[in-house]
Design a protein around this ligand. Sequence first.
Ligand SMILES: NC(=O)c1ccc[n+]([C@@H]2O[C@H](COP(=O)([O-])OP(=O)(O)OC[C@H]3O[C@@H](n4cnc5c(N)ncnc54)[C@H](O)[C@@H]3O)[C@@H](O)[C@H]2O)c1
Length: 313
Amino acid sequence: MNILVTGGAGFIGSHVVDALVDDHLITVVDDLSYGHEHHVNQEAIFLNLSITDPGIDDIFVSGNFDAVLHFAAQKGVRPSFDDPVFDAELNVIGLLRILEASRKHNVKNVVLASTGGTIYGEAQEIPTPETASIDPQSPYTITKRAGELYLRYYSNRFGMNGVTMRLANIFGPRQDPAGEAGVVSIFIERLLAGQPLTIYGDGNQTRDYLYIDDAVAAFVAVVDQMGSGIAGDYNVGTGQETSVNQIVGAIERVYGNPIEVKHTEAIVGELKRSAIASQLFAEKFNWQPEVSLNEGIEQTWEWFKSGGFSVDV
Ligand SMILES: NC(=O)c1ccc[n+]([C@@H]2O[C@H](COP(=O)([O-])OP(=O)(O)OC[C@H]3O[C@@H](n4cnc5c(N)ncnc54)[C@H](O)[C@@H]3O)[C@@H](O)[C@H]2O)c1
């Protein structure tokens, strides 16, 4: 297949490209605002362009794409509080430009990376199924939800196969610890720099941590089954709650020494608990997470320790 991957220089997108590039023709569009060009697989075509650029339509003219995997986004909850306008320009208008171009140029398959970790708010049922009520509590989550609804509209109205992947907290090599990124990469980077770890609140807040290889396998499974009958909104996670304190414990095991931890005030409005049920996705796409938290943390630790972002890997 001929596939466009937006945000393909980023954490998740670059790994997905690596997994697809042997069997598909891959074009990556990324403006490198957060991503890294050296993470873009050399076998892929790379275009340094913003998805908010009206010229994005041009690449669809010659692209002849069968599918779009859409990762490009402002991905942080906290930055979205500070600048909700930027968040919406990128996560809503940027997505709309991709959807409009897809419609005009007859791209039938669009996959959206959405958020399973925040979309249900403080859910009643954990692990939370897709049938639970949606309760976005940040501009970021509102724009992701808007994206899901736009994708559904394009699917219903124009016959697209729109697949929304409500991802858990993905972690692994290449996750950028700068700014508000995943807690695993932030903690590992600080440890390697000899700095203490900071936990907001008591550290008992839980999330659903899915290792990058399992997330990649989920996207590959969707690409493998691409076609009619797959449209929908799917949770993609482990169903397991893990607290920040447990993450510290798992990192401590690979570090081999006690870790110094500082606690600061809890972040106002931060969710206390989150984990998502992925049975729907697992059954439809014959997928299961296979990498344990400890294994994933070990792999991530090794990557950062062997150079991480400072080495071209
Ligand atoms: N990492 C997670 O745990 C997680 C969880 C749920 C959802 N998601 C979603 O998955 C997607 C990928 O997340 P990630 O962790 O890989 O983030 P990332 O920041 O590493 O990747 C996003 C990529 O998009 C690119 N980008 C940003 N603005 C762009 C623009 N205007 N034009 C073109 N490219 C642009 C960035 O340069 C970056 O390479 C995002 O949509 C995010 O919201 C991630």
